[in-house]
Design a protein. Structure first.
Length: 94
């Protein structure tokens, strides 16, 4: 971690000492959020180095090239909704 992160951890520990045990959860939550944000920033930087993240993408790298989505159930016709209960129409085996 860099000196900024070290300073934030020290500040959290000092705040915990000043505030007392009644604020354990709040201090811990803030610290976890800052550490998580730092981890996210480092992961994003590494993914950007490999070209895995496209600039401006909100959902990450997206599907693999050639992926066409989930397969339709047998007998399904494009654009025609399946009837209610179609997934278990045959009933239980027995």
């Amino acid at each position: 971690m860099g000196s900024d992160q070290d300073a934030e951890i020290r500040a959290s520990v000092a705040a915990h000492a000043d505030l007392g045990p009644g604020y354990d959860d709040a201090v811990a939550e803030g610290l976890v959020e800052r550490i998580g944000a730092e981890i996210d920033k480092r992961i994003d930087a590494r993914l950007a180095q490999t070209g895995a993240v496209q600039a401006g993408s909100a959902g990450g790298p997206g599907p693999a090239p050639g992926y066409q989505g989930p397969a339709a159930p047998a007998g399904a016709q494009p654009g025609v909704p399946a009837p209610a209960g179609a997934a278990g129409a045959a009933g239980p085996a027995g």
